[in-house]
Design a protein around this ligand. Structure first.
Ligand SMILES: [Zn+2]
Length: 167
């Protein structure tokens, strides 16, 4: 494993430990958040929330989740499913506009064995990809430099946030 200065990963490890010892949920925190920027929340409505991953695998790594604390697709209502799908479509449009990626990985980890850091609140990972960015999620032993600070990316995305609010 390459050793590289990657403080966000260390933070993640510490964070995961803390989370394990409590019943708190960072997605529910985001749903309740009044200060959107502090929680890196890009959008929320009654059914869904969209936030940036604080421990990204790439610039612009977003998390899309139902507002309700449910673990699985089987627990979602039809409205929640539809809202998730619509917000996914808009999220991809937002990322295209703001960051011009060459492609995306969109995926869900269900269960710890599948790599879920937070098992109890369903969330969809949206990871923009650029030609030449060789690392990818399953290869988590690899390291990667995130070229932009999270807050900078947040502001870049928020400049185009109207995309999420349109039809
Ligand atoms: Zn939750």
């Amino acid at each position: 494993m390459d050793v590289l200065w990657a403080p966000w990963r260390m933070k993640y490890i510490e964070y995961a430990k803390v989370r394990k010892d409590s019943s708190e949920c960072f997605i529910c925190d985001a749903v309740r958040a009044e200060n959107l920027e502090e929680h890196l929340v890009l959008y929320k409505d009654s059914f869904t929330v969209l936030l940036m991953n604080k421990f990204p695998y790439n610039t612009g790594h977003l998390l899309l989740a139902p507002s309700r604390h449910v673990a699985d697709f089987s627990q979602l209502t039809r409205e929640e499913l539809l809202s998730l799908a619509e917000l996914l479509r808009k999220s991809l449009a937002l990322l295209k506009l703001a960051l011009s990626p060459d492609g995306f990985n969109v995926g869900v980890n269900l269960g710890r064995v599948a790599g879920a850091g937070l098992e109890t609140h369903l969330h969809v990972h949206i990871v923009p990809r650029w030609n030449g960015d060789t690392n990818f999620m399953p290869v988590i032993s690899n390291t990667k430099v995130i070229p932009e600070a999270l807050k900078d990316t947040y502001r870049r995305l928020m400049e185009h946030v109207h995309v999420l609010k349109g039809p």
